[in-house]
Write a protein that binds this ligand. Structure first.
Ligand SMILES: [Zn+2]
Length: 115
């Protein structure tokens, strides 16, 4: 039922957008690098293979960015930050749902970042 699936996706996209808005208002910035500093989130820049983009280390509450990934580190950071806040706010989602929320979360910051 493609119609229902599209509906579902919209719900999680809205969730990601609202989460991003709440977070940027809470920390008073739309710059994710600054946001990590204010929120005191540790970010590690490493290189590993095979190439995954980044990881959110729940155990240490740290975000790891793979510098081998063919995407700008700041874009990976925005996405992993989505996972971080979903985890922190204890929002229960399936893996697929969480990916939609994290991706939309990241888009909110990407569209408003001044380069
Ligand atoms: Zn993800």
């Amino acid at each position: 039922m493609p119609c229902e699936q599209r509906m579902d996706k919209k719900i999680f996209q809205r969730m990601g957008n609202e989460l991003a808005q709440t977070i940027s208002e809470q920390f008073g910035t739309k710059n994710i690098v600054e946001l990590c500093q204010i929120a005191d989130i540790s970010v590690r820049y490493e290189r590993w293979n095979p190439v995954t983009l980044g990881e959110f280390d729940r155990k240490h509450s740290a975000i790891c960015i793979n510098l081998n990934a063919p995407i700008a580190p700041v874009d990976i950071l925005a996405h992993e930050l989505g996972h971080y806040f979903i985890f922190q706010k204890n929002i229960k989602l399936s893996r697929a749902e969480e990916e939609i929320v994290a991706t939309t979360f990241a888009q909110y910051f990407q569209s408003s970042t001044d380069y």
